[in-house]
Write a protein that binds this ligand. Structure first.
Ligand code: GTQ
Ligand code: FE2
Length: 351
């Protein structure tokens, strides 16, 4: 082999020509783990306490109107790993998912726009405000999930009481693919198809035959909760308890091609088995309290808290209470990995 000086100068010559030899390592932590058996992720496990989120969201309501960037009053949950990145890349709860919390006050109207990142709304508190998606009016009530598929026009209206909901977006994934598009609605606000109707024309699973694409859809909490309770006595998933996925109404598959929403009931005192997968999940504790063990470390959560389980980390959930049930709402990027034939999962040892 040639001497070090010659090797170094060759590397420099390569670099000067926009080339690099495969023998080159790197100095950063990430470089060191470029080739390993287990996937390496920058996403960190983290819990955002609801008391903190809520306090600051209300403060935002006091001092921020809806004017400005895209007419929305949201707080984004930023993964600690991304805190110092430029804004577009910082806006990420995991590398693929962004969860935000949005407040709309009575009398407010959040103007219409559309974009190719998909969005979910999961209602946390407040009742009677509505979101308008492609002219359909969806009244929001706690526990409801409303889909806002890519490129559908949407705006929000509140003539009722203050409302707080979670936004789930595949923005970081689309941003990494560098395909983001966003545009304001041409005109004031979308025309609502039938403003006398309290809710959307499309309810449940019967849909117009002439509509081929997945339109907006609402999953009412009463239906979701009844299903959870109906299945309470069943075995459930060993890793997730009584877990449901919100299926896509058109093809019966995942909620969206990029990301999926789930809700799970952890019964009184229930502890799930450990497993891991290369999809990442963002959770919201809708009811109850508990503990999620992530790579051996305990993360405690109570009602309202949001937390991240990064990809390939071992995890199990525990409902800490013997007397109260716990319900976790969550979203994950499994559909995207499955579509690319990259999805992997592994059960843990024992239990
Ligand atoms: O409500 O339309 O959290 O466009 C981020 C982008 C919410 C929305 C977000 C959005 C919206
Ligand atoms: Fe939007």
């Amino acid at each position: 082999m040639a001497d070090k000086e010659l090797l170094d100068s060759f590397d420099r010559e390569l670099a000067g020509n926009g080339l690099e030899g495969h023998w080159m390592g790197g100095s950063s932590e990430e470089d060191k783990v470029a080739y390993e058996k287990d996937p390496h992720t920058s996403v960190q496990a983290h819990v955002w306490k609801w008391s903190i989120i809520y306090k600051h969201l209300m403060r935002a309501g006091d001092i921020h109107g809806l004017e400005g960037m895209a007419d929305r009053r949201t707080l984004r949950l930023i993964n600690p790993a991304y805190q110092n990145l430029p804004s577009r890349r910082r806006r990420a709860t995991t590398h693929t998912i962004q969860m935000s919390v949005q407040l709309l006050k009575p009398g407010e109207l959040a103007s219409s726009h559309r974009h190719n990142f998909g969005a979910f709304r999961f209602i946390v508190e407040g009742r009677g405000a509505y979101t308008v998606v492609e002219g359909e009016k969806f009244v929001m009530e706690p526990g409801d999930l409303i889909l806002n598929p890519p490129m559908t026009w949407h705006g929000h209206v509140n003539e009722a009481e203050p409302i707080v909901w979670l936004d789930g977006l595949d923005y970081p994934l689309l941003n990494a693919l560098q395909v983001i598009t966003w545009e304001p609605f041409p005109g004031d606000f979308q025309t609502i198809k039938d403003s006398t109707k309290l809710t959307a024309h499309r309810i449940g699973m019967a849909r117009p035959t002439w509509e081929k694409a997945a339109g907006p859809l609402q999953y009412k909490w009463d239906d979701t909760y009844r299903t959870l309770k109906n299945l309470e006595a069943s075995e459930g998933s060993p890793f997730d308890g009584v877990a449901l996925e919100y299926v896509n109404p058109v093809n019966g598959g995942h909620t969206f091609p990029t990301m999926s929403c789930c809700v799970q009931l952890l019964r009184k005192g229930e502890t799930t088995r450990t497993h891991r997968h290369n999809s990442s999940t963002v959770y919201h504790a809708f009811r109850g309290s508990g503990v999620t063990v992530i790579n051996g470390k305990k993360y405690e959560w109570e009602q309202g808290d949001c937390f991240v389980v990064p990809l390939w980390s071992w995890h199990s959930h525990q409902n800490a209470s013997k007397s109260e049930e716990a319900i976790l709402f969550s979203m994950n990027d499994q559909p995207m990995l499955e579509a690319l034939k990259l999805y992997r999962e592994e059960p843990g040892e024992g239990a």
